[in-house]
Design a protein. Structure first.
Length: 724
């Protein structure tokens, strides 16, 4: 044998077998060393006269660790331990005898104290086993992790020596281990996230910092702590969460990026419709297969198993309210049942996190949304101005870094201009702006011409052009509103000015008052008095980010049920915006009111009665402006009582009002205006009818004439029977 090679023998007696020390003859040259290194482990050394010269005494566990038998040769070298003391030593406690299956509960503090007393000053390595006796039974501890304190943090190392203050963490959670550890005080955090700090911009996520904070607090914070802490707190981990909100707001993006932030297993991403299968029972089997890996690991490792994340995109496709799908197969119902039993059934798992995403939360089965299932509901709404600025910065980072973004581009101004844009729509806006910039450098007559890409610049004018092209789904219908008042607004006098001022006060009250989240206003008056034009003008001047018109002309041919669904959807969309205006144009037409009979849709009436009193969610504000030419009918139905404010929009009744309107139109000579007004008579004149008469008279005259003659004016009035 060489100088540092010794023959392996058994320990002299059983007392030495549970000390984790190795023994040499006192005359051995190596016996003066405190520690010996037998790769890959280090053992404390003690001389013993019962060991023959040239031999080294190892117990059975040491021989198993070193993969040697008695009579084999082992290489040993003197070892000087470092000054680094283990802060935490993590591992599993087992019986030395594998045949022993007796269930036992051991106090972690007492076992830890016993180990420190027995092995203080000894060096241990990851993967090493050590035997000791506790209360008459021999146990074995397997080291899985060793952590030391460096710079205020716990750092994993390969080996360290056990000191007086070293803590021992037991990971006895597997179902195969009959030893249960209680009262564990020391802990090591579960590193489920990658050690680098989370940078939302690098992940491509903007405007969702608060939502990410809520997700981490509810779904992941408890999983960072060891199972013993959660057990002592008496709580359970969140097993599911639901991300809901309008399309394009970043639900799928959040779920996708969660996978990049986690250590270990990649999340399973499933599109809802992919689960469905034409064969009987196959859809349910697909659900069971998603949980297969998590079940197998949980049986093996118990609470020590890794977190398994299952992401369901468009979960509403498979988890509809049970009984709502009448296809005769009942597949959707059994899928919901199967999912419920896997997430929160008798043999439910504690190592899973189910993330569902939908923009139709109302379609999901209620049982799926209660605590224990998808209990955390996070609304991913439309980004605010700061969020839009973040998203714009993310999508322009590369072009800015590569000098393609012109200095004239003001992202703060763009964030202000893109009210109610979703994240996807902002991305589309940036793409549209880039297309304008690229198009300037293309020669359509010679597409093969070399392009000077160094001079490509995306300017502010490109973004302004893109704003005309890309419109938000939850934005103001400006074109529709402008079509209702093509000639603009004409003031007829003090009555109209007071009416317009009152409407503006209502708009400002909803915008600025914290106590008015919902305000409803009814504009009633005879047909043609300008109610719809007034409501449309309010929509334009209010500059609310969301303005939607619910008009009977957009629901021609709809059944009562379909009409109710459409009106409900308009209000639901309005509740997703921070500030919204809904215009109910011609309410009696929406109600399908007919005087003969009389007849109206009670289903639509009840829908309006409910929605007009439904307060928007916290932080959202809604103004509803309705128009009606049959105020007395709405009174009879009880609909007028629902509105906070009822304003009368009268026709033109005074001669001065009609004269003011005609002067504003500038179609008569100043001398002819009094006579033109006199020909109309003294009766009430709706402004819409007056404008129609003026336009007909304008078309009757000579094509080149700029003024309407009294003869043409009188002729039109005679033809229409308007002369008094």
């Amino acid at each position: 044998m060489t100088l540092n090679t010794r023959e392996v023998i058994n320990c002299p007696d059983s007392a030495q077998a549970i000390t984790n020390r190795v023994y040499l003859n006192p005359s051995d040259p190596l016996s003066s060393s405190k520690c010996l290194e037998c790769e890959p482990f280090v053992y404390s050394l003690e001389p013993h006269a019962g060991v023959p010269p040239g031999c080294i005494a190892l117990n059975a566990i040491q021989r198993k660790n070193l993969r040697v038998s008695t009579g084999d040769a082992v290489h040993a070298m003197p070892y000087v331990p470092s000054e680094e003391t283990g802060a935490l030593m993590v591992g599993e406690l087992m019986y030395v005898s594998e045949k022993l299956k007796r269930e036992a509960e051991l106090d972690a503090a007492r076992v830890s104290d016993r180990m420190v007393r027995c092995f203080q000053g000894q060096v241990f390595a990851v993967g090493q086993d050590v035997a000791f006796e506790f209360e008459g039974t021999k146990y074995k501890f397997h080291f899985s992790d060793i952590l030391v304190a460096r710079g205020g943090e716990q750092v994993k190392v390969g080996r360290a020596w056990m000191g007086k203050v070293t803590g021992v963490v037991f990971t006895n959670t597997g179902s195969q281990n009959p030893i249960k550890i209680t009262n564990q005080r020391h802990m090591t955090t579960n590193q489920i996230f990658k050690p680098s700090s989370i940078n939302f911009e690098e992940l491509g996520i903007g405007g969702l910092g608060k939502q990410f904070g809520d997700i981490f607090r509810r779904a992941f914070a408890s999983r960072v702590f060891p199972p013993s802490v959660i057990e002592r707190l008496g709580i359970r981990h969140v097993k599911g969460m639901l991300l809901h909100g309008p399309p394009g707001t970043g639900k799928t993006l959040i779920a996708r990026q969660i996978g990049k932030m986690l250590n270990g297993r990649e999340p399973k991403v499933v599109n809802g419709p992919e689960v469905l299968n034409k064969y009987v029972g196959a859809s349910e089997e697909n659900i069971r297969n998603l949980f297969g890996d998590a079940e197998a690991e949980y049986k093996e490792k118990g609470e020590a198993s890794e977190l398994h994340i299952i992401i369901f995109d468009e979960i509403d496709a498979i988890c509809k309210q049970r009984g709502s799908v009448r296809d005769g197969s009942g597949v959707h119902d059994t899928i919901v049942n199967q999912l419920l039993t896997k997430v929160d059934g008798v043999d439910s798992l504690n190592n899973i996190l189910l993330i569902g995403m939908t923009n139709r939360k109302d379609l999901l089965d209620e049982a799926l949304l209660r605590p224990g299932r998808l209990e955390v509901h996070v609304e991913i709404g439309l980004p605010d101005q700061a969020g839009r600025h973040e998203i714009l910065r993310i999508h322009t980072t590369k072009m800015s870094k590569n000098s393609f973004l012109d200095k004239s581009v003001d992202l703060l101004q763009l964030a202000e201009l893109t009210k109610n844009f979703s994240g996807a729509e902002i991305e589309g806006l940036v793409g549209s702006a880039v297309s304008f910039a690229l198009n300037r450098h293309l020669d359509m007559t010679n597409l093969s011409k070399t392009i000077d890409d160094e001079n490509v610049k995306v300017t502010m004018s490109d973004f302004e052009a893109a704003l005309e092209e890309v419109k938000p789904a939850f934005g103001a219908q400006r074109e529709t509103l402008e079509s209702y008042c093509t000639g603009g607004m004409i003031s007829s006098g003090p009555v109209f000015d007071h009416l317009l001022s009152t409407c503006h006060r209502l708009v400002n009250q909803v915008r600025s008052s914290e106590n008015t989240p919902l305000l409803t206003c009814l504009l009633e008056g005879p047909a043609g008095s300008g109610k719809t034009a007034l409501a449309a003008q309010l929509g334009i001047l209010s500059e609310y980010p969301f303005v939607k018109v619910a008009s009977a002309e957009n629901m021609v041919g709809y059944s009562e049920h379909s009409k109710c669904l459409e009106i409900t959807k308009i209000f639901a969309d309005a509740h997703k915006s921070s500030l919204s205006l809904v215009i109910l144009d011609d309410v009696e037409r929406l109600l399908e009111y007919v005087a003969i009979g009389p007849r109206f849709s009670n289903l639509v009436l009840q829908t309006l009665l409910v929605l007009l009193k439904k307060r928007p969610p916290e932080g959202r504000k809604l103004l509803v402006c309705a128009t009606s030419s049959s105020g007395d009918v709405l009174d009879t139905m009880g609909l007028s009582d629902v509105f906070n404010v009822v304003l009368n929009v009268p026709p033109l009744t005074l001669t001065e009002e009609i004269e003011t309107v005609i002067q504003s139109l500038d179609v008569f000579s100043r001398a002819d205006i009094p006579k033109a007004v006199e020909l109309l008579g003294a009766g009430a004149m709706p402004i819409k009818r007056l404008l129609m008469l003026v336009e007909m008279a304008r078309q009757t005259g000579d094509s080149g004439a700029t003024r309407i003659s009294l003869r043409d004016w009188q002729g039109v009035l005679e033809d229409l029977g308007t002369l008094p």
